[in-house]
Ligand binder design. Structure first.
Ligand code: DAH
Length: 342
């Protein structure tokens, strides 16, 4: 019996060193230690030997059993590590220290200019306000001096919701709430997405951005308006910009103006871009109408203010020479990726 034990030990060692996968290891375990395994059979055979021998043989067989168990466990561990290493070696490798991929995303040019404007205005003491895109008729029109039957409504056809609300046609829709929130004095800008129900072409879109601004205090005059607009535009275009005001009608301001800037292409000499006038129309503005101040809870006898409704999308087109407004909403990476260095 002793020889049998030693032969089994030798056979096990040989088979173990040939086992290269966890499945063969498992087969070995069952073959030696399972219910009908060779070691188990040996143990069962003990019942046929005498008491004296039983003790000695029992010790030998148990030592073999322990050896088989330990050797199997060690081999299983070694195989597991080897298999994991193989998996790691075959997996895709990433080098996190490499420079970023060229195909990285970038900020949309409107976002870039909007943030630039926010920085300029906050440096001049303005707060930046966020406002919903879905508003009421009151917010968008009535509160800014455009009553229900006012003909100025014809200029801004929009998208109405079943519940009577609408997609805001102008950032002026936030004026009333902001006046009520802060009272006077007040300096705020409020950029936002606006919507109008109109046919699209190279210079018209149903979805575009504006940036509204308001400054209300004692003794605010048109010269304050001109100063802030000139400072802001010179910073945006990184050069000295000349501005001029022409009369313009908007129900929420009195007097109302169209603010023009000196042509960016010819510098005022006259060229096809500015239709040989030397000026480009950029920003409607004016002195806030007393009705609008009053509706916002501010006494027009005590305070005055200016407001402007900068066409943010239009400004971006001018700054970067974008010819077709639709490129900005297209999601076309060929068009938009040009701005990735901004
Ligand atoms: N809300 C006007 C529009 O979209 C633009 C505008 C004009 C805004 C004059 C103003 C302003 O604040 O004073 O056509």
């Amino acid at each position: 019996m002793k020889e049998k034990i030693e032969a089994l030990r030798a056979r096990f060692e040989a088979e173990l060193s040939a086992a290269k996968t966890s499945e063969t290891l498992e087969k070995l375990r069952v073959g030696y230690l399972g219910k009908k395994g060779s070691v188990t059979e040996l143990l069962k055979g003990l019942k046929d030997v005498g008491a004296e021998e039983k003790r000695e043989l029992g010790q030998h067989i148990n030592a073999l059993k322990k050896q088989v168990e330990e050797r199997l466990a060690a081999q299983a561990e070694a195989l597991k590590t080897a298999e994991e290493n193989l998996l790691i070696a075959s997996a895709e490798q990433y080098d996190v220290t490499l420079p970023v991929n060229e195909a990285q995303g970038s900020y949309h040019p409107i976002t870039v200019v909007q943030r630039q404007l926010e920085e300029i205005f906050t440096s001049m003491g303005f707060t930046v306000e966020d406002y919903p895109e879905i508003v009421t008729d009151y917010e968008c029109f009535e509160a800014v001096n455009v009553p229900k039957d006012h003909p100025a409504r014809d200029m801004q056809d929009t998208f109405w919701l079943d519940n009577g609300q609408l997609l805001k046609t102008q950032t002026s829709a936030a004026q009333n709430a902001i006046m009520k929130k802060y009272g006077a004095p007040l300096r705020a800008i409020f950029p936002g997405r606006c919507f109008r129900n109109e046919a699209t072409d190279a210079s018209h879109e149903n979805t575009f951005f504006q940036m509204e601004g308001m400054m209300i205090d004692k003794n605010i005059s048109i010269s304050n308006l001109i100063y802030f607009m000139k400072t802001m535009l010179s910073q945006v275009f990184e050069r000295d910009i000349q501005v001029r005001l022409r009369p313009g009608f908007f129900p929420f301001v009195e007097p109302g103006f169209e603010l023009d800037i000196s042509c960016l292409i010819c510098g005022g000499e006259g060229c096809p871009t500015c239709k040989h006038s030397g000026w480009l129309e950029l920003c409607p503005c004016g002195m806030i109408h007393p009705n609008v101040l009053r509706e916002g809870g501010i006494d027009p006898e005590e305070y005055t203010g200016f407001a402007f409704g900068l066409g943010l999308t239009r400004l971006v087109m001018m700054k970067y020479g974008v010819k077709d407004i639709r490129d900005l909403n297209s999601g076309n990476l060929k068009a938009l990726s040009q701005f990735k260095h901004e």
